[in-house]
Design a protein around this ligand. Structure first.
Ligand code: SAJ
Length: 417
């Protein structure tokens, strides 16, 4: 079986290489010539545990080719980005372009799989009409499913294989065809439904998490009003067998939770809690900046060291990262900011080396919980600083170590320290 994967990003690249590693002949397609160049040389443009090995093996075995334009295949998998437009609606142009790009190569019996996350009804209302232009009967001669990805960045390869997978066909024949492909590589259950239910179920997974984090962030803010420790309260409440509050943080980022709930808001006026949760989470960077300003109100010309700018720990992805908003607001307040992040090279702000980021600093502001930060030397870094203050918004460092080095410690949510 020959598979053509369109889009070689965080989802498309693991998908293409895992299928290739399982014996499928895969053509990976990306419109970006730089990505095609890098992959052809056996390098990868994404930092994801284990991915380089699988991609190299796939390319060296000859099972995976990388191209800038699609080719004929039995199965086409569309895994291109669906970003948010300024008006908070879905930017579907990449999905539309990718679908149109396969039209000249479609043959009777082909299966088209949309993996990109999309607003409900996109498969039925947008993909079906585009594919009809091929002249084939969609559902009878060309099969079509929405099969949303569910993998967690940082653990993609494991989750790709072991998670259950939703397969939403535009008809039963389409779902059957897709099941035949995924059962070759997925060990989890394959859950068959219709395309629109699959779209909505995917969006609800990330919305559930976003709403739950908004609740945790609200507890965090209430705790500041009441002089309480929100983290302790969440921990205690979670001892109840049916309660699972998530953790507060400096905001919710990434290409999924910060984006997907809007795809529901776009389609229904009844998505009130969903919209409010987005707004609560989007307000967290400003809340954190307010706390930082209080910590520095005695300091003339303050400098802050930001540790970690990615949207969460142990990934290199800066899309929708709350750190960007925090840094922008700090700079607007004329606060000097030194940034250290071992995962990030290209960023809209300058990322320094460790020493530059810490020298003459008045406060360490930890925004992403990279595992490497646990091993930083509190003594040596404290020696470089002007004032020894630490604000840990992820509650991830060993605070007694920093305290012993003379730091005063604040943790987001613990207002009664
Ligand atoms: N976050 C908190 N508090 C928490 C958990 C997370 O503030 O208790 C923040 C993180 O710091 C980050 C954001 O939320 O900024 C999102 O991180 P995440 O680890 O929750 O999720 P993602 O965006 O990396 O991946 C999610 C996953 N969805 C769910 O767990 C329901 C993943 O399975 C999806 O495949 C992925 O979205 C996707 O691509 O849709």
């Amino acid at each position: 079986t020959r598979i053509c994967v369109l889009g070689l990003g965080y989802i498309g690249l693991p998908t293409a290489s895992v299928f290739a590693a399982n014996g499928f002949h895969v053509v990976g397609v990306d419109v970006d010539s730089q990505i095609v160049d890098v992959l052809s040389k056996g390098q990868i443009h994404i930092n994801e545990p284990g991915l380089k090995t699988v991609v190299c093996a796939a390319i060296q075995s000859g099972n995976m080719l990388v191209r800038q334009v699609p080719e004929q295949a039995d199965v086409f998998i569309i895994a291109v980005p669906t970003p948010l437009k300024d008006d908070n609606s879905a930017e579907l142009s990449y999905v539309i372009q990718a679908t149109e790009s396969i039209l000249p190569f479609l043959q009777q019996g082909n299966l088209v799989i949309l993996e990109s996350t999309v607003p409900p009804r996109t498969t039925e209302d947008i993909l079906v009409p585009i594919l009809q232009k091929s002249g084939y009967k969609i559902g009878e001669e060309i099969y079509l499913v929405h099969c949303p990805e569910r993998v967690l960045p940082g653990n993609i390869l494991h989750e790709f294989v072991s998670n259950d997978r939703i397969i939403g066909g535009i008809n039963d024949k389409s779902s059957d065809k897709a099941r035949g492909i995924y059962e070759k590589v997925v060990q989890g259950n394959l859950l068959i439904t219709d395309a629109t239910s699959a779209e909505m179920a995917k969006l609800m997974e990330n919305t559930y998490r976003d709403v739950n984090i908004a609740l945790a962030n609200e507890v965090c803010r209430i705790a500041y009003d009441l002089n309480l420790d929100a983290l302790e309260i969440i921990k205690l409440a979670n001892m109840h067998p049916r309660v699972n509050l998530h953790q507060p943080g400096p905001g919710v980022g990434g290409h999924c939770l910060a984006v997907d709930p809007w795809f529901i808001v776009e389609k229904s006026n009844n998505a009130e809690l969903i919209r409010l949760s987005r707004e609560i989470n989007d307000a967290m960077p400003n809340f954190v900046v307010g706390l930082v300003k209080k910590m520095l109100d005695q300091v003339v010309k303050p400098k802050i060291t930001v540790l970690g700018v990615t949207y969460k720990g142990n990934v290199d992805d800066i899309r929708e990262s709350p750190a960007t908003e925090v840094i922008r607001k700090l700079k607007q307040a004329n606060i000097d900011v030194g940034i250290y992040d071992p995962y990030v090279k290209n960023y809209e702000f300058e990322v320094s080396n460790l020493e530059e980021a810490f020298v003459a600093s008045d406060l360490i502001l930890l925004l992403a919980d990279h595992k490497e930060f646990k091993y930083l030397s509190a003594d040596e870094l404290g020696f470089l600083m002007r004032n020894k203050q630490l604000f840990d918004t992820r509650n991830c460092l060993n605070h007694s170590k920093w305290k012993d080095a003379g730091f005063s410690i604040k943790v987001l949510g613990k207002n009664n320290q």
